[in-house]
Design a protein around this ligand. Structure first.
Ligand code: ATP
Ligand code: MG
Length: 362
């Protein structure tokens, strides 16, 4: 890993004595990458952004920017800009003046302001919109004005707090592409907040999955999707089938009363574990060819695939994504490959998890 541009070291946030909002959060943000804080409402995502931006103070712990402790540096002296969820544009100013606002405060010469504002608007594909009133812009356009206003200051880090949540699905998807492309073109570090797992998977170089004031797992989208550390992450990131099982020995796991070959290891013999199999990794087959025998309960057509809900003999639910239809009420087989079985330990720390995966994969 390169030199971190932002680091949190055991950051704790408390508003009063009994409520701890952030519980010892530590992470490193590498320069030039797209990071996403992903987690349910109230888990502390905005709180982390506010501490980075300097709008809120860490109760304990240290915040570093390029290796220097910045806990006591005021917000306006940090090389960070924020795009807020509600955009916080000035409604009585036109597009140009909204974007130029920060530069005027810095008393930059007029010519230079003009050049920079035009360039920022061009980058968000709003060239020519300088004289439009904010009230005459669509939601997606306002969102781009907010981004232009942030990037015109040439921050080293751009913080984006759920900037797409007010947009409809189509525009949201378009903006995901645009933001990702903009980040790559500018090469500056983005820290993006969302509670939408698909958005996080699509856009990020690195995801920090948060729950209840803690980062529970960090990694690339593929790492997190393929190797969720625990039940919470498996359930929150993507659709999952999760059942209880026993790790008999390395590469051999038992669930639903049967033993299966798998590719995990490094646990104790006969350790109680949880098993994840993604719906797209299950396929429908005959009972004889199936590894599990299940009863088809319901199915829904989802456009690209059928979402089929089945139950095994122990009444565990199995969701299957299949391009083939099933017959409701019928008994069928489900097949899957050893590498489709993901084994999770109870209460494993991220350090232990990473170390186990590393030693095991060698
Ligand atoms: N000024 C404050 N005083 C007291 N508690 C606060 C304050 N600001 C936030 N909190 C609490 O801190 C917790 C985390 O809030 P935060 O805004 O960081 O969540 P979030 O992950 O951004 O959620 P959302 O997805 O809903 O925006 C919440 O329980 C919230 O009620
Ligand atoms: Mg928030």
């Amino acid at each position: 890993m390169g030199k971190p541009i932002i680091s949190f070291s055991n950051v704790v946030k408390r508003y009063d004595d009994d409520e701890t909002i952030l519980k010892s959060v530590s992470f490193d943000i590498e320069e030039g990458k797209f990071y996403t804080l992903l987690g349910p409402s109230g888990c502390g995502k905005t709180t982390i952004l506010r501490i980075i931006a300097g709008f809120s103070e860490a109760t304990e712990g240290d915040v570093f920017f390029e290796g220097k402790r910045i806990n006591d540096i005021p917000a306006n002296q940090r090389q960070v800009n924020t795009v807020f969820q509600d955009y916080a544009l000035f409604p009585h100013m036109n597009v140009f003046d909204n974007v130029a606002f920060g530069l005027k405060i810095k008393k930059m010469p007029k010519k230079e302001i003009e050049t920079k504002v035009k360039e920022a608007l061009r980058l968000v594909q709003l060239g020519g919109y300088e004289n439009r009133e904010i009230s005459e812009m669509s939601g997606g356009q306002r969102q781009r004005v907010a981004i232009a206003r942030a990037i015109v200051n040439e921050p080293k880090v751009l913080l984006l707090d759920e900037p797409l949540s007010a947009l409809d699905l189509k525009l949201r998807t378009d903006m995901q592409y645009e933001l990702r492309e903009l980040q790559q073109r500018l090469g500056i570090t983005f820290i993006f907040v969302t509670h939408d797992q698909e958005e996080a998977l699509a856009m990020s170089d690195e995801i920090f999955v948060m729950n209840k004031g803690k980062i529970v797992q960090s990694g690339t989208p593929v790492d997190i999707y393929d190797e969720p550390i625990n039940h919470f992450v498996a359930d929150f990131v993507g659709e999952s089938n999760i059942v209880n099982g026993t790790m008999i020995e390395d590469n051999l796991v038992e669930f639903v009363g049967k033993q299966f070959e798998c590719v995990d290891g490094g646990m104790r013999k006969n350790e109680a574990v949880e098993i994840v199999i993604r719906p797209e990794d299950l396929s429908l087959t005959s009972i004889e060819n199936g590894k599990l025998s299940v009863r088809v309960n319901t199915q829904l057509f989802r456009g690209v695939h059928y979402e089929i809900i089945c139950y095994d003999e122990q009444e565990n639910e199995w969701m299957v994504h299949s391009t083939r239809k099933a017959v409701e009420g019928s008994q069928i087989g489900l097949s899957f490959e050893p590498e489709d079985i993901h084994v999770m330990r109870f209460n494993e720390s991220e350090e232990d998890f990473d170390a186990r995966l590393e030693s095991y994969e060698e």
